[in-house]
Design a protein around this ligand. Structure first.
Ligand SMILES: *[C@@H]1O[C@H](CO)[C@@H](O)[C@H](O)[C@H]1NC(C)=O
Ligand SMILES: *[C@@H]1O[C@H](CO)[C@@H](O)[C@H](O)[C@H]1NC(C)=O
Ligand SMILES: *[C@@H]1O[C@H](CO)[C@@H](O)[C@H](O)[C@H]1NC(C)=O
Ligand SMILES: *[C@@H]1O[C@H](CO)[C@@H](O)[C@H](O)[C@H]1NC(C)=O
Ligand SMILES: *[C@@H]1O[C@H](CO)[C@@H](O)[C@H](O)[C@H]1NC(C)=O
Ligand SMILES: *[C@@H]1O[C@H](CO)[C@@H](O)[C@H](O)[C@H]1NC(C)=O
Ligand SMILES: *[C@@H]1O[C@H](CO)[C@@H](O)[C@H](O)[C@H]1NC(C)=O
Ligand SMILES: *[C@@H]1O[C@H](CO)[C@@H](O)[C@H](O)[C@H]1NC(C)=O
Ligand SMILES: *[C@@H]1O[C@H](CO)[C@@H](O)[C@H](O)[C@H]1NC(C)=O
Length: 787
């Protein structure tokens, strides 16, 4: 006899088979069946940058549905992948998605939003609610405002919905009055074992446990404490969660130390902690207070999170002791919001053994403490001496914060209010780029995305630790101080020099606007004139950054700024004219004659010198270019290469010196994967991009070539693969074949290879790269003499 459950499962499989939906399944019982859907395209499936397959959402809407589909008009460089973000489904009336899910199973639900222009609909006008099985997940939600306040390009929200008997999941999309709704991606992933089965004790009300089993929860933060970013593909149990680095959330100057389990210590799941709870990677790394008992005694290891007021939150702490194996070796107290939630915590005493994980849930009600949207959760650890433990220390391996629905079954908070500082800074930009929040991408997106609700405190910490890398320049755009080398032109002079911005004088178009070939001083000097396009991405801030940077920096291998013009809302920069254009236009997709190898080397060396100067020579600080690519390496009439375009340069704390832009910027194909993952900017990100440039120079092809097979599409991946096999001849530009000294080729390829090392610490400095390239050139010249 079949049980009802088996019948349902059969019906379900039949349904799936008939709808030819791709189904992911794992071996465990009950079978977790996931829907990973991208919305708003007519294609059936697509693969994201992580290699994950997404299917079309169309099969889950009513056939009579009124929604439309559309592609985003612009692509923010910080999007992790075009799938699912570049397409959206647009709703102008109530609508709903229906899924059949295993009954009596908790569901992870992830919603992805990229507030961009779709069908010319203004993203700032989209307000909508999302209701999942009767729980209000979002209410009058503006993805635009939320993204702006969090300074992220996109928003991903993760919820978990309690089990229902029927195995139905209904997600209603309700546009607010006179508004529209949009959604880019939906993930529905059943959780084989409910990890919220047990009630959590409410801090301060020990007799009032919070029932999690019948509640829906929203993931606010999920951190691999003392460890690395874990991608959805590396999560355990096929649950596709993302785990972030915890360091941005640490309070104050005392960060403790991070540690990894020794290879000899076996970390393993137990009956209570299965792969559904967290990946073993989380348990094999930890943050402890440090080796000095006096130091530890005098501080609290504290994490701070900003949350919506008026809700109960569950703080889940993950522990696994791998340094010690006896009771009373490391004993500590745990505070949540300054209240003791656990005294005398001893991980070994809890689990009896080294390498066995355990987690503890503490529920806390967060009141509106001061201003709306400024409520915080503090989690602090401090050694406990009452039992005279061997070490005055504490340990934490993972930390999650979940919001619990209120008694009205809602999880929705208010739309955030962007900080006054953000609003102020944006005022200056409004007249120039009304369409897109520039600051939205400029300021901090500390944790890189998914459920990042970065706290200001976290940002402060981040800055304090990183400040030494950055050039501090005068941040107030109104009191711009221009160095002595820079001239101010009148708009009249500029118009004279460009024949009133004659289209025939356009020599380039960038994100910023058009570049004209022109003259100044009544025709005496040729110049390049960069004119901001009023609805470009370039804001006043970038404009001033570039002026300030360039007027201070003088170097043979940096493009010289001659002056600027700021009049009538125009933002114009005047540069030395670079007669030979960009490096790229001599490498590929061109009818210009191919560059000989020696010239390529000289150009690469020049650019390396320019970057080396930025990293080491300019003032006392490191300047990080952030957008090194072949179109930003220009060539003058004597083929001297010069690095250009400092619009994205990292210049350190600006505005009121508390915020810092760490949102990933740069160009696709050149982005340092580590910067991308960890959002920690160092000069090694430029080294990575320069490595890509070196490969372009060697191979004569673009960094990304989508029409090629997957294996070859990405230049770096392909080149590394060929080099590993020793097939350098497979990648070299055909016009260089046989014209390069093999020894030189080897050194050059090795230098490029090192530059694109996965970890920044494994990459050479620009100085080292420069030495290698100069050595190559010497070899090449030696060859010339021989011939
Ligand atoms: C489609 O839109 C019309 C009006 O715009 C509305 O009356 C109708 O109910 C909608 N259909 C569905 C399935 O929502
Ligand atoms: C849309 O759904 C909401 C919430 O369920 C409901 O209050 C509203 O009346 C619906 N609007 C229409 C036009 O059906
Ligand atoms: C939706 O939110 C916006 C801004 O947060 C607010 O102006 C508007 O009144 C809200 N609408 C409703 C129906 O609550
Ligand atoms: C993530 O998974 C990939 C393969 O799936 C593996 O090569 C990589 O080492 C993993 N990363 C971590 C940090 O475990
Ligand atoms: C905890 O205490 C510190 C210092 O006494 C205070 O600054 C902080 O706001 C408190 N945190 C919470 C969440 O109450
Ligand atoms: C640690 O935090 C607790 C709770 O807020 C506080 O009472 C204690 O004074 C703090 N200890 C130190 C050394 O800061
Ligand atoms: C240390 O732990 C013991 C019990 O484990 C507890 O009674 C004591 O209050 C704790 N000490 C502090 C300072 O919290
Ligand atoms: C969440 O909503 C459910 C269903 O309405 C309810 O049973 C549960 O008590 C709510 N949780 C809390 C903490 O109020
Ligand atoms: C639930 O809804 C009622 C009516 O809208 C409201 O008065 C009450 O404050 C809400 N409760 C919570 C916890 O928000």
């Amino acid at each position: 006899m079949y049980s009802t459950y088996q019948i349902l499962l059969l019906v379900f499989c039949f349904y799936l088979a008939n709808n030819s939906i791709n189904v992911l399944s794992a071996a465990s019982e009950p079978k977790p069946i996931a829907y990973i859907l991208f919305c708003g395209t007519s294609s059936q499936d697509a693969v994201d940058s992580d290699g994950r397959k997404w299917n079309s959402d169309g099969n889950f809407l009513l056939p009579s549905d009124n929604s439309t589909i559309s592609e985003a008009l612009s692509q923010d460089p910080s999007l992790p992948s075009t799938v699912p973000y570049m397409n959206a489904r647009i709703f102008t009336s109530n609508s709903s998605y229906n899924f059949i899910v295993p009954p009596r199973t908790r569901i992870w639900l992830r919603l992805h939003f990229y507030p961009s222009r779709y069908n010319y609909l203004d993203p700032s006008k989209a307000y909508f609610s999302v209701i999942g099985n009767g729980f209000t997940l979002l209410n009058n939600f503006s993805a635009f405002i939320t993204a702006k306040a969090l300074t992220q390009a996109y928003i991903a929200r993760e919820f978990s919905l309690p089990p229902v008997e029927t195995g139905n999941l209904d997600i209603a999309i309700v546009p607010s009055e006179g508004s529209h709704a949009f959604i880019n991606g939906i993930e529905v992933i059943p959780m084989p074992h409910d990890i919220f089965q047990h009630p959590a004790a409410l801090v301060g009300y020990s007799d009032h446990p919070v029932d999690l089993h019948s509640s829906s929860l929203q993931t606010m933060f999920r951190l691999n404490v003392g460890g690395q970013f874990i991608t959805p593909n590396n999560d355990s149990g096929g649950l596709k969660r993302t785990w972030f680095d915890d360091s941005p959330y640490l309070l104050g100057a005392a960060f403790g130390v991070t540690s990894n389990a020794d290879k000899n210590v076996r970390i393993q799941y137990s009956k209570d902690v299965t792969e559904d709870v967290a990946p073993l990677n989380v348990y094999s790394t930890a943050r402890t207070m440090g080796p000095d008992p006096n130091v530890n005694w005098n501080y609290n290891l504290t994490w701070v999170f900003r949350v919506d007021p008026g809700f109960i939150y569950v703080v889940r702490l993950h522990f696994c002791e791998f340094d010690f194996n006896k009771v009373n070796q490391r004993v500590f107290d745990i505070y949540v919001n300054n209240q003791t939630v656990q005294s005398g915590a001893d991980v070994i005493a809890w689990v009896d053994s080294q390498g066995l994980p355990i987690y503890k849930d503490y529920a806390i009600h967060v009141e509106d403490q001061s201003r709306a949207g400024e409520s915080e959760i503090w989690v602090a650890l401090h050694p406990n001496a009452s039992t005279k433990p061997e070490h005055y220390d504490a340990i934490l391996n993972g930390l999650e914060v979940f919001k619990v629905n209120d008694t009205n079954a809602t999880l929705a908070g208010l739309n955030p209010e962007p900080s006054a500082m953000l609003v102020n800074a944006e005022e200056h930009e409004k007249e120039l780029s009304p369409s897109r929040s520039r600051l939205g991408r400029l300021l901090c997106g500390v944790a890189g995305g998914v459920f990042c609700c970065a706290t200001v405190a976290a940002i402060l910490v981040f800055i304090r630790r990183k400040t030494n890398y950055w050039l501090l320049i005068n941040g107030d755009s109104h009191t711009l101080t221009i160095g002595g080398h820079c001239r101010r032109f009148t708009l009249w002079e500029i118009k004279q020099g460009t024949n009133h911005f004659d289209e025939s004088k356009v020599i380039g178009i960038g994100g910023f606007g058009k570049v004209y070939k022109g003259t100044i001083d009544y025709g005496a000097t040729k110049v390049a004139i960069k004119r901001s396009n009023p609805d470009s991405h370039q804001g006043v801030k970038e404009f001033h950054t570039e002026i300030q940077m360039l007027s201070k920096l003088r170097h043979r291998h940096l493009v010289s700024l001659i002056g600027f013009c700021e009049e009538n809302g125009e933002m114009i920069l005047v540069y030395d004219y670079m007669a030979n254009g960009t490096l790229r236009e001599h490498l590929y997709n061109t009818d210009k004659p191919p560059l000989p190898w020696k010239k390529r080397l000289e150009i690469a060396i020049g650019a390396a010198k320019g970057l080396h100067y930025l990293h080491t020579g300019a003032a006392k600080y490191t300047i990080i270019h952030r957008d090194v690519k072949t179109t930003n390496i220009l060539l003058d009439e004597n083929w001297v290469s010069k690095v250009s375009d400092f619009g994205l340069s990292k210049t350190g704390p600006n505005l009121d010196q508390t915020h810092v832009n760490t949102v990933v910027k740069g160009s696709f194909g050149y982005l340092d994967p580590e910067y991308y993952r960890r959002q920690q900017l160092t000069e090694k990100s430029d080294v990575y991009s320069f490595g890509v440039v070196l490969f372009e120079v060697l191979c004569g092809r673009p960094p990304l070539k989508r029409n090629l097979c997957r294996e070859q599409a990405c230049l770096v991946d392909w080149a590394l693969q060929c080099l590993r096999k020793g097939n350098v001849h497979e990648i070299i530009d055909p016009c260089l074949m046989g014209k390069v000294n093999p020894w030189c080729l080897e050194i050059f390829a090795e230098a490029a290879q090192k530059c694109v090392s996965d970890r920044g610490s494994d990459r050479p400095s620009m100085g080292d790269v420069l030495r290698n390239l100069e050595f190559c050139l010497q070899l090449e010249e030696y060859t010339d003499i021989q011939l």
